[in-house]
Design a protein around this ligand. Structure first.
Ligand code: DHB
Ligand code: MG
Length: 261
């Protein structure tokens, strides 16, 4: 049954000019460009030309310009490599750009990714073919509010492996629900990352508290801070994706929550 917070995806929202929605500073983009040209050139994967083609194809396909930046995508890939992550959950696939980064962390990595928009999912599947990762990705087309409880049940029934790493980057009002389901699916020591938790500082701007995206983000941050199952921090970031941030949480190894570990 549909949850009351379940939303239809408003494609018209994205017609708002990018300059209106995102703060920008040319230094942030120049530094991202410089770093990328040195740190993702040569003996490194995925292929930068393929990644660029995926972003161009997403733009051409009318997708909102909100994929993670190349630097953030590579951060996610390195996080997966640091953990030796095998089972990765992604909430909000869009054109599959971050999904490709996550899947490219290891040939053994398996990514389960949820996308509500079937046109976006179809385009993402084409991109996975370009990246050669299609066999590593299980796409669930539907609302995460209805797909995630099914995945949790599968994990609890032993039909699906526990997750090592999750990346939550979907509609913000439901961030806390997505986070809680990820915790239920996670192995001890798992990592859960949430995108867009700073929102150009609007997360602490009282005049923005009525914005459902800000309210959803604050609700998640405040609940996660009280949740004894996890420990979390937020890093603010600037770059091609404006001024925003990742929340990174670890699922404690001591399941009782009595220790900080
Ligand atoms: C928005 C959503 C995102 O996932 C993102 O990375 C940037 C912006 C948004 O809803 O505005
Ligand atoms: Mg995002």
């Amino acid at each position: 049954m549909a949850d009351s917070r379940e939303q239809s995806f408003d494609k018209t929202y994205w017609r708002t000019p990018k300059s209106f929605r995102f703060e920008a500073d040319e230094r942030w983009s120049a530094v991202d460009k410089y770093n990328w040209s040195h740190l993702h050139a040569g003996n490194t994967k995925p292929d930068p030309d393929m990644l660029e083609k995926v972003l161009q194809s997403s733009t051409d396909g009318g997708l909102p310009p909100i994929a993670v930046s190349p630097a953030h995508g590579k951060f996610l890939q390195i996080q997966a490599r640091l953990m030796g992550a095998k089972n990765i959950m992604e909430v909000g696939m869009l054109g599959g750009y971050s999904t490709i980064w996550l899947a490219s962390s290891s040939p053994d990595a398996k990514v389960t990714s949820i996308e509500i928009d079937e046109d976006f999912a179809a385009l993402a599947k084409k991109h996975f073919g370009w990246a050669g990762v299609e066999k590593q990705i299980e796409v669930k087309v539907g609302s995460a509010m209805s797909e995630m409880p099914k995945l949790v049940e599968e994990v609890k029934a032993g039909k699906r492996e526990k997750i090592d790493l999750a990346f939550i980057d979907a509609n913000k009002p439901n961030n806390l629900e997505y986070f809680n389901w990820c915790v239920e699916m996670a192995r001890p020591g798992a990592c859960i990352i949430i995108d867009n938790v700073v929102r150009m500082g609007r997360v602490v701007d009282p005049s923005a508290f009525e914005d459902p995206n800000v309210a959803g983000t604050r609700r998640a941050i405040e609940a996660i801070g009280k949740d004894s199952r996890v420990d979390a921090t937020i890093l603010q970031m600037v770059g091609d994706k404006s001024y925003d941030g990742f929340l990174t949480a670890i699922v404690k190894r001591d399941a009782s929550g009595s220790s900080h570990l």
